[in-house]
Design a protein around this ligand. Structure first.
Ligand SMILES: Cc1cc2nc3c(=O)[nH]c(=O)nc-3n(C[C@H](O)[C@H](O)[C@H](O)COP(=O)(O)OP(=O)(O)OC[C@H]3O[C@@H](n4cnc5c(N)ncnc54)[C@H](O)[C@@H]3O)c2cc1C
Length: 295
């Protein structure tokens, strides 16, 4: 076997919230063959598999993950340009693809600058910001099924929607995403990217561990505004807190557990529903067992 399977690896350092338990088994594949080998190994052992990118949109429970975590956050990050098309492997950082595209005078994703995840995670969730979404530029996505069969899907076949794609239900691993961009004015693109990064710094609590927006935007409304109107700015449960700077950001204010973050988000859903009638839906993905709230 050419892959290195490690055991009981702490996941909290690999997750932007800095919470959660360990992975029972952990592999960092760096080629499609290594993904296939790792999947075969997990299948043989009857293990559940989870694919982890940069961990910037999820929380593992405090018990961790009992199966195999395949981690792309440090490897498998090739990026290949051909004219105005770019193919990026799942572990490539979205921000790197954005800066390269701007550097190459290509428009279409300049407002996605500063999103801290991978191309795999971004494709899975159809990452977007400031009026742009990955789905607008994706041409096709190559993935592998859990039994190692390669699949290529066109944009339409991926079922992209607001922070959603068919990959939520497909149980496949995204290996590569191909984007098509359009030529633009390099100076204007650089200025737009700088402005995007400035806005992020100004509005987001980037000094404390978080996972971006906790809730999706309800149709015609803003989750942050509803949370603020409900009087929850700065509201805290254990070490988890609604940011004072941006109400749709939950932050780890120090010593939070994964359960604290889950409890806080459940209580926010409950109170916002009571105060405004709107049911918020989580954007951050929770993996594993969590105690229900209220208890
Ligand atoms: C400060 C901050 C700001 C953010 N701003 C934004 C924003 O403006 N817009 C936005 O959309 N998001 C934002 N996010 C959230 C997050 O960065 C994005 O959703 C990002 O695309 C997630 O990528 P990731 O690699 O971290 O995925 P992870 O968190 O590692 O995984 C998220 C999900 O994707 C799945 N996944 C990951 N890789 C693959 C793969 N190769 N194949 C199949 N499934 C895969 C995982 O299994 C998991 O279910 C922000 C987060 C932070 C911390």
């Amino acid at each position: 076997m050419s892959i290195l399977v490690r055991e009981n690896i702490p996941l909290a350092p690999l997750i932007s919230f800095k919470v959660g338990g360990p992975a029972r088994y952990f592999v960092e594949p760096s080629t499609p063959e290594e993904f296939s080998e790792a999947l075969g190994w997990a299948r043989q052992k009857g293990l559940e598999t989870f694919i982890l990118g940069k961990g910037t949109n999820l929380v593992f429970s405090d018990q961790g993950f009992p199966g195999l975590v395949l981690y792309t956050g440090k490897s498998f990050h090739g990026i290949a340009w051909e004219g105005n098309r770019v193919r990026a492997q799942a572990g490539a950082l979205l921000h790197t693809v954005v800066t390269q595209s701007v550097g190459n005078g290509m428009a279409g994703i300049q407002h996605l600058a500063g999103i801290p995840g991978t191309m795999g995670g971004g494709t899975y969730i159809n990452a977007g910001a400031f009026g742009q979404e990955l789905k607008e530029v994706i041409v096709f996505v190559t993935s592998t099924t859990m039994d190692g069969k390669l699949v290529q899907r066109t944009n339409e076949e991926c079922g992209f929607a607001y922070r959603h794609s068919h990959f939520f239900h497909l149980n496949e691993i995204i290996l590569e995403t191909a984007l098509e961009l359009v030529p633009g004015d390099p100076d204007a693109l650089r200025a737009e990217m700088r402005e995007t990064l400035r806005k992020r710094k100004e509005k987001q609590p980037l000094n404390l561990p978080n996972a971006g927006s906790m809730f999706k935007r309800p149709p015609g409304q803003y989750a942050g505004v509803l949370i603020e109107r409900t009087g929850l700015k700065g509201f805290r449960m254990g070490g988890a807190m609604i940011s004072e700077k941006h109400s749709n950001f939950t932050v780890n204010a120090g010593g939070a557990t994964a359960q604290d973050i889950h409890d806080l988000s459940s209580e926010v859903i409950r109170r916002v529903k009571e105060a405004t009638g709107t049911t918020l839906e989580r954007e951050v993905i929770f993996i594993g067992e969590f105690l229900p709230w209220p208890r």
